[in-house]
Design a protein. Structure first.
Length: 225
């Protein structure tokens, strides 16, 4: 089974809508063709769980210049269990192009403080979820703190309408702990990185986060496979 769900808010951004729809449909078609090929090669046993790829894109936050979306993909392609992965899409409405963290920040900005804020908040979240678990650092094994520059994120709204109050970093299963521990969504307030913001985007941030730290949604029941 394949399924794509896009948010109503996307209709206000036709360029992004067209690009995102085309890209997601292409990926789903590739998945369906690959799944069919594998099932045919395996003899398509009737007791074999059906492959599934369900993609849901939801609006995360919008400012005067920026539109942020969260992409969630539930993927079962055989194996012991399905995977649910999240990523972020950040769209500059005036430039009509997708941008990343490097665009939001000053060129050559030192991300040490942001990395440390993310690592500290992640360890706090891990202790709450697994009280006897070991803390992680940037060099620890088998799991380590992720670097902000290489971690998916979305803008996070707060107390001021039309402004982002921070960034929520999306850390998938296996990145910071074993699969059973699940993924983490860690909200970092603007105060942790305001001095790093590029002049062009500094005005898009304001207000305070309603919640900081671990803002991971309660897990929904996974579809039967």
């Amino acid at each position: 089974m394949i399924k794509l769900t896009l948010p109503e808010e996307l209709k206000a951004h036709p360029d992004l809508h067209a690009r995102l729809y085309a890209e997601e449909v292409r990926k789903l078609r590739q998945f369906a063709e690959g799944a069919q090929g594998e099932l045919t090669e395996a003899g398509a046993a009737t007791d074999r769980p059906k492959y599934e790829n369900t993609v849901t894109v939801a609006a995360a936050a919008e400012t005067g210049k920026l539109f942020s979306l969260k992409r969630t993909s539930f993927d079962y392609s055989g194996g012991a269990h399905p995977n649910t992965l999240t990523s972020g899409i950040l769209w500059d409405k005036a430039l009509k192009r997708q941008i990343g963290l490097a665009d939001l920040l000053r060129k050559g900005a030192d991300l040490t403080a942001l990395d440390q804020a993310l690592c500290s908040a992640l360890n706090t979240a891990k202790r709450a979820r697994v009280p006897d678990g070991a803390s992680i650092t940037f060099g620890s094994k088998p799991f380590a703190c992720p670097r902000a520059a290489s971690t998916a994120f979305v803008l996070t709204p707060g107390t001021t309408s039309g402004k982002a109050a921070g960034l929520t970093f999306l850390i998938g299963p296996y990145q910071a702990g074993p699969y059973a521990e699940g993924g983490y969504e860690i909200a970092i307030p603007t105060t942790a990185f305001r001095s790093l913001l590029a002049t062009a985007y500094a005005g898009e941030f304001g207000g305070e986060l309603v919640r900081a730290g671990d803002v991971t949604p309660a897990p929904a029941p996974e579809p039967a496979v």
